[in-house]
Ligand binder design. Structure first.
Ligand code: NI
Length: 394
């Protein structure tokens, strides 16, 4: 990039800062659930249309893609932001709190969309400086399996893409930090449903029943052995039972109990082995006590595994633009992200933009009714996208 363009990026990023905050607040006030982001997608489309220089399309009903074709040939970089909200009643009281009862931007996707709109606005004014193409993915439905990313990939948005990047605002790390991970970053989030089927009856006559509560409790306890006793301690695995549903009152032994939960892993072989280990335990415990069972296991998103070269460029971007103190080389976490669907088609990397601020009391976790971000983090995300774009393409 020329020195002039470098100056331009800095000025334009400063200029767009107020817009980005305004867009984020508008989206925050008007959240929509996964696969229902109709007004959100229209807002994105109309805002992009006002920039000029972009080719716009709607790959799926509620997603938007913008293409910026540079004046010189080169690589194709895709940048992704998600846009959906969660079924949570917001408890924040600021003026742009959700106007949609029971729906809230409690994960920061409003900020992701606003940052990518800001990036598109700046780059649309620098088309003459760009070699190749930048593709902006405004993705629906990250929060709800099977996820919007896979649908967009099916619609062909990744055709011809050489590399893909994306980010998540992250309140556990302070504003000013950028989190980078090499290799595995986020886990594959699978789910399971188990029904323990016994025989109901009077609680005073347990010998005439097959007690599904007592048997299901054994199942829960024994499932803990998969991580603690059957898995290499150096492999990463989570097996969490999160729902235990059974019974109606104090003197009735219920006929069945439902168990639900999640399994998180990185390694494909380990992931493949877990359902079999689980079913073996469920089968063994239930049959030992004369009960039967249903077992259903659903594979969720693939794990986010960052490409080394792409990650290296992101790390260099942090160091060059924000300095060494901004870099947070992070351990992986067991959360899930459907950004991984794009990584199946081209090398890619995901990073975190710190959005917490202890002094300002911005400490609530993601998916909490009082979640919010330090809005100064938005500018950091925009600058990451802008500078990384020029490092990747020019
Ligand atoms: Ni999220």
């Amino acid at each position: 990039m020329s020195a002039d363009a470098m100056l331009n990026v800095k000025d334009l990023a400063d200029e767009v800062k107020e817009d980005v905050i305004r867009w984020r607040r508008h989206l925050h006030e008007n959240p929509e659930l996964s696969f229902q982001e109709e007004k959100t997608a229209q807002f994105i489309y109309d805002t992009l249309a006002s920039f000029g220089n972009l080719e716009l399309s709607r790959p799926t009903k509620t997603s938007v893609m913008a293409r910026l074709i540079g004046n010189q040939p080169g690589k194709v970089l895709a940048i992704r932001a998600d846009m959906d909200a969660l079924p949570i009643q917001e408890e924040n009281t600021f003026e742009f709190a959700s106007k949609n009862p029971g729906v809230m931007h409690a994960c920061g996707h409003d900020g992701h969309t606003a940052m990518l709109l800001g990036t598109a606005k700046v780059l649309s004014q620098l088309a003459s400086e760009i070699k190749g193409e930048v593709r902006f993915f405004f993705q629906h439905a990250e929060e709800l399996f099977p996820g919007g990313a896979e649908e967009m990939v099916q619609a062909g948005v990744m055709d011809g893409v050489d590399l893909v990047i994306g980010t998540h605002l992250w309140s556990p790390i302070e504003k000013g930090k950028v989190g980078i991970s090499y290799g595995p970053m986020m886990a594959a989030p699978d789910t399971f449903h188990i029904t323990v089927k016994g025989k109901g009856g009077h609680a005073a006559l347990p010998h005439d029943t097959i007690d599904s509560i007592a048997i299901a409790a054994q199942v829960v306890t024994n499932l803990q052995h998969i991580v603690s006793r059957n898995t290499d301690p150096l492999d990463n695995l989570v097996v969490s039972v999160t729902q235990f549903i059974g019974g109606t009152t104090h003197n009735v032994i219920p006929g069945s109990v439902e168990l639900c939960g999640t399994v998180r892993s990185f390694d494909a072989k380990l992931r493949e082995a877990v359902p079999g280990k689980m079913e073996q335990i469920v089968k063994g415990i239930t049959s030992a006590h004369g009960a039967s069972y249903d077992f259903k296991y659903v594979n969720g998103y693939r794990p986010v595994i960052n490409d080394e070269q792409v990650t290296k460029v992101l790390e260099e971007t942090v160091l060059e633009v924000f300095g060494e103190e901004a870099l947070d080389l992070m351990r992986p976490n067991m959360g899930g992200e459907d950004f991984s669907a794009f990584q199946q088609k081209a090398p890619g990397a995901f990073f975190y933009v710190g959005a917490g601020n202890r002094e300002m009391g911005i400490t609530y976790p993601h998916h909490h009714a009082r979640f919010t971000i330090d809005e100064d983090a938005l500018e950091i995300g925009v600058k990451m996208f802008l500078h990384a774009t020029f490092k990747f393409l020019n």
